[in-house]
Ligand binder design. Structure first.
Ligand code: ASP
Length: 436
């Protein structure tokens, strides 16, 4: 048995805590430039390594998964089921968010002077985000499907944000492999199988450096937040503390209620065991604020520890990392109502229902990268006629909430993969890795 502090998840937690303290110390001791110049790059390299293997991993594991299906109706059944469960969990997330924000009323506690000051300091940053969303809104809804079909393989594989295109290519390749004589397809299948194994090994190697990467990422986040003035950051946190608490409570309730019900309905898994099995992935989601960067580790833990068959995980997880964002949608609901409350606007029931629809769309549209959720929040605000300048109010603390909501996004994808695997008869035994 390994000593507790040698286990990966404890090392990551220790890295996070040390990073937090370093960040605070650096901002008090005037070491922010040093932290940005010499510590942040370690975190950036760590995230880049994870991103580097995401495309080959999804491609290899999904091709192998699809090629092993001899019945294609299974693939479409699994696809339909996955999307349906994703939509249901997202709707619950938004409903929980709306309930929490209406009960806690965090917008009512924001003093008018703080509101004015926040609008002044962050107002300009908001403008750029508005343009991005405007461009998105001018597109037809069918563009979403057009975007999934790439016109060029290299181009699709050149940007991790195109993950759905990679999923599409992998499914096509897998189907092609099933349709040709087994003998002819074998070499290619072996190639992908071997690529898959190699990449899983590389994930292990990268994860050995996770504690350092996480330390650096956390230190950089804190330094960004505080700059050279810790006092200012504390004032901001105090003013927005109630709002942050509302988001955190909402996220916690969602995990406890929705995922444990999901397990009760679809599998016999206990929430505690589930967390134990995938904690490195959740911690990584928290430290990187990116579901896409976390994807390789989520896949590894879901397969190895939760016993989800690769056929399921290689489809459900990459799709989830792109479109299923329970944490983000819950946060968007709370943020939209908070801004309305802070600006003295009362939202009607009809407007709150509009939030359910638009936050679902906005979370699907949000990429699994840091800060995507707040950009898409513009769509939700516009739909309920709340001035988007109000985003300035919450921008200062968004990075911290991004970490928490990403951890929930990752958790949600893993939970749904368990549900889908169980209903497909493809859920094996739980396995707790001594290293984790
Ligand atoms: N950072 C989140 C994710 O990667 C998206 C968001 O900003 O809410 O899942």
């Amino acid at each position: 048995m390994k000593k507790w502090y040698r286990k990966l998840h404890w090392q990551i937690i220790i890295g996070l805590i040390l990073g937090l303290f370093w960040g605070l110390f650096a901002s008090m001791a005037g070491l922010t430039d040093f932290t940005t110049g010499y510590i942040r790059p370690v975190g950036t390299i760590f995230i880049d390594l994870l991103k580097l293997i995401a495309v080959p991993l999804v491609l290899a594991s999904l091709v192998v998964g699809v090629a092993s299906l001899n019945d294609m109706t299974r693939l479409s059944k699994m696809g339909g089921k996955t999307i349906a469960i994703y939509m249901v969990t997202t709707t619950f997330a938004i409903t929980i968010g709306l309930t929490v924000v209406n009960v806690m009323q965090p917008g009512g506690t924001l003093p008018v002077e703080t509101r004015t000051a926040l609008m002044e300091s962050y107002g300009e940053t908001v403008d750029g985000r508005e343009d991005t969303v405007e461009a998105l809104q001018e597109r037809s809804p069918l563009e979403f499907f057009v975007d999934i079909v790439p016109e060029n393989f290299i181009e699709a594989a050149s940007d991790n944000a195109n993950m759905l295109q990679i999923v599409f290519i992998a499914i096509l390749l897998g189907i092609g492999l099933v349709k040709i004589p087994a003998q002819k397809g074998e070499p290619l299948i072996h190639l992908f199988e071997s690529l898959n194994d190699v990449i899983i090994k590389i994930v292990d190697l990268i994860m050995k450096t996770a504690p350092y990467g996480v330390f650096a990422l956390m230190a950089a986040v804190i330094v960004d937040l505080t700059g050279d003035d810790l006092g200012q950051a504390l004032i901001l946190l105090r003013a927005l503390g109630w709002y942050c608490l509302a988001v955190l409570i909402g996220l916690l309730l969602h995990v406890l209620i929705v995922y444990s019900s999901l397990f009760k309905i679809f599998s016999k898994m206990k929430l505690r065991d589930f967390f134990k099995a995938i904690r490195p992935a959740i911690l990584l989601g928290f430290s990187t604020s990116s579901s896409l960067a976390t994807l390789p580790v989520t896949m590894e833990k879901v397969e190895k520890n939760l016993g989800v068959n690769e056929e399921v995980s290689s489809f459900v997880l990459p799709v989830g990392a792109t479109i299923n964002m329970d944490g983000t949608s819950l946060y968007q609901a709370i943020a939209a109502v908070f801004i309305a409350q802070a600006l003295g606007m009362d939202l009607t029931i009809a407007q709150q229902l509009t939030i359910v629809l638009t936050a679902t769309a906005a979370s699907i549209g949000a990429a699994g990268v840091p800060g995507a959720g707040i950009i898409m929040l513009v769509i939700v605000l516009q739909a309920v006629q709340v001035p988007i300048e109000g985003i300035a109010l919450i921008l200062g603390v968004d990075r911290i909430l991004d970490m928490a909501r990403t951890a929930v996004n990752v958790t949600g994808d893993a939970a749904v993969s368990v549900a889908v695997a169980h209903t497909e008869g493809l859920l094996g035994d739980l396995h707790f890795d001594d290293e984790d």
